[in-house]
Design a protein around this ligand. Structure first.
Ligand code: GRF
Length: 225
């Protein structure tokens, strides 16, 4: 049986599309088993057949915990091995995270631990950074602060605007997400305690994907170089 992936989305869904495309072209040996959203009208949901969609507006629930419970109850029958937050803009509560911890991944558009939260591209420019990037991490109860798995970096160019930076980073984000999912679905990646492990080795620093899609040897645990 192929590893099963569910994806949580709130918006455009370009990362979801990267997963769909990678599965379709054989770059990712996995099955997409569900796409779940807190935004019933989001474009991302339109990228998959109705049968794969679950959505509900949080307004219909008394509180965050009730929405999270419904989201979790929808995920259980999908039997996902991995749950990917790909542009999922709602904070997940502790109970939800505890229910799925170890299989919950998030992609965030910054070189974490820098710039948790929103408006990362603008904040990079305001700070005058010369480098920007994206990170994939396990989700834990702290916003964008779970165990880091991998990153990709790009240069900030003179004249960059937040939009220019965001759109240049996006293709790299997609590449990073698929590269991490390849490791995850191959059974090479897991979370233990507060750390991420690859092939049984703790990732003391995040893996680095270069812009040609190769893992940088120096970023791999010594025994895997
Ligand atoms: C991406 O930049 C992702 O890193 C962030 O939100 C954006 C979502 O884009 N969390 P998309 O919906 O996957 O196109």
């Amino acid at each position: 049986m192929k590893p099963r992936i569910a994806v949580l989305v709130s918006g455009r869904g370009s990362n979801l599309q990267a997963i769909i495309d990678a599965i379709a072209t054989g770059g990712l040996n996995a099955e997409l088993v569900g796409v779940l959203s807190d935004q019933p009208n989001c474009a991302a949901l339109q990228r998959v057949p109705q049968a794969l969609r679950w959505t509900a507006s949080p307004k219909r629930f008394t509180d965050r915990a009730a929405f999270d419970r419904a989201l979790g109850d929808a995920l259980i029958p999908m039997q996902p091995d991995w749950i990917v937050c790909a542009g999922y803009m709602r904070i997940l509560g502790d109970a939800f995270i505890a229910r799925f911890q170890g299989r919950l991944l998030n992609i965030h558009p910054s070189l974490l631990p820098k710039y948790r939260g929103l408006h990362t591209h603008a904040r990079v420019l305001e700070a005058g950074d010369t480098e920007h990037g994206a990170s994939v991490h396990f989700v834990d109860p702290h916003l964008d602060a779970g165990a880091l798995i991998a990153q990709i970096a790009i240069d900030v160019r003179p004249g960059d605007t937040p939009d220019a930076l965001a759109s240049r980073l996006l293709a790299h984000e997609h590449r990073l997400l698929i590269a991490v999912l390849q490791l995850a679905t191959a059974g090479r990646l897991y979370e233990r305690g507060h750390g991420a492990y690859l092939d049984g080795y703790p990732l003391l620093n995040p893996l680095r994907l270069d812009c040609s899609g190769q893992w940088r040897a120096q970023s791999l645990p010594p025994s895997l170089r």
